[in-house]
Design a protein around this ligand. Structure first.
Ligand code: PHE
Length: 348
């Protein structure tokens, strides 16, 4: 093919392609154009100058087309300032509904609920607005008690019957009093109270990779005769071993909560590396992970629900669900859960 035929063929090909491109500037990066440029140095000197000029002319023609296109697009696109989204933003990638999936946190909440129900616990729900009685008084935090400061959350302008603002519950323990009252009759018939509450909680947090203002906890409440701390530890260990599908070591340290006595901070051996990997991302090589708060239900909490602490005793625990799930899948940032990022969600 003569050099001028070669340019004519390439030009026709490039113009045809140009029409089909959604991003017009891609034409300037096309293989054909690059090839034409790469032919120039291989030609005999007498052909080189003329061929080189024709290639440049074609390249300039294409550039001008691309430029005029982008001016035209800019001129055409009007902005609707009333639109509830940025109308200049590229169209978001959306999944068709048949490809939708259950959110990883919801899937894991069903899994853990299923494990607890096999262990004999009923599943209850919390609420998104509660009163100060259930958040504090019923849990043995007297008015003005400094431990209230550990649970800084959001309040409404609306008030409860005492004139105190309603609150977004900072933990699922707000449900303890209701559960104890609801299932008190179990004790009268010689059965135990055994319930878990996996639900949303809210805190006034500075959000970072490990802290969210909205997250999930699972609360556990168990009351019967002769309940002791060994039963609490065994229940949690069994649950965690079922959840992580491996044997785990657990450790308890003394802690303080107004609503349990004694109170513990409960740690488990890293479910990801089993404490074997000094470079583990999940436990930072520590081998242990402080997971949850728990303890024996304080006599005042039982009394607030009309249960005699001299006859019945119980344990309670509150575990962060997001952390449980993050450890299971080595998710490094809690904010992914509420980010709605498809790249993240599609992995589940
Ligand atoms: N509610 C406590 C918290 O969120 C955890 C907890 C629950 C501790 C039940 C003891 C018993 O910090």
């Amino acid at each position: 093919m003569s050099p001028s035929d070669r340019i004519a063929t390439a030009r026709a090909e490039l113009l045809k392609r140009y029409e089909t491109l959604s991003n017009k500037s891609d034409i300037l990066k096309s293989r054909e154009l690059k090839e034409l440029f790469s032919v120039i140095p291989t030609l005999e000197p007498h052909e080189r100058a003329g061929f080189g000029q024709s290639v440049n002319a074609l390249s300039n023609e294409l550039k001008a087309m691309v430029d005029s296109e982008s001016v035209a697009v800019k001129e055409l696109r009007s902005i609707d300032v009333t639109a509830p989204f940025d109308s200049n933003a590229p169209k978001p990638e959306l999944l068709p509904s048949e490809q939708g999936s259950i959110h990883p946190l919801m899937a894991e909440i069903s899994r853990l609920s299923e494990i607890f129900s096999r262990m004999g616990f009923v599943i209850e729900q919390s609420r998104e607005i509660d009163d100060q009685y259930h958040m504090f008084e019923a849990l043995n935090f007297p008015k003005g008690h400094p431990a209230r400061d550990d649970y800084d959350t959001f309040m409404t302008v609306e008030t409860d019957s005492d004139g105190s603002p309603l609150i977004a519950p900072a933990h699922t323990s707000t449900m303890q009093n209701r559960i104890l009252k609801k299932y008190k009759s179990n004790l009268e018939s010689g059965d135990a109270i055994a319930a878990v509450v996996p639900d949303r909680v809210f805190r006034n947090e500075d959000v970072d990779a490990r802290h969210e203002h909205t997250f999930y906890q699972v609360e556990g409440v168990y009351v019967a005769e002769n309940v002791h701390a060994g039963m609490l530890i065994a229940t949690l260990q069994k649950f965690l071993e079922e959840y992580y599908e491996r044997t785990l070591n657990v450790r308890v340290n003394p802690f303080y909560f107004p609503f349990t006595e004694p109170s513990f901070e409960f740690a488990l051996s890293c479910p990801f590396c089993g404490g074997e990997d000094p470079a583990c991302k999940v436990c930072s090589g520590e081998g242990w992970i402080e997971l949850l708060g728990c303890g024996m239900i304080h006599p005042n909490v039982l009394k607030a629900a009309g249960i005699d602490p001299n006859v019945h005793t119980g344990f309670a625990f509150g575990c962060g669900v997001d952390r449980l799930v993050m450890m299971k899948y080595a998710i490094e940032d809690v904010r992914h859960f509420h980010s709605a990022k498809l790249d993240f969600l599609k992995q589940f």
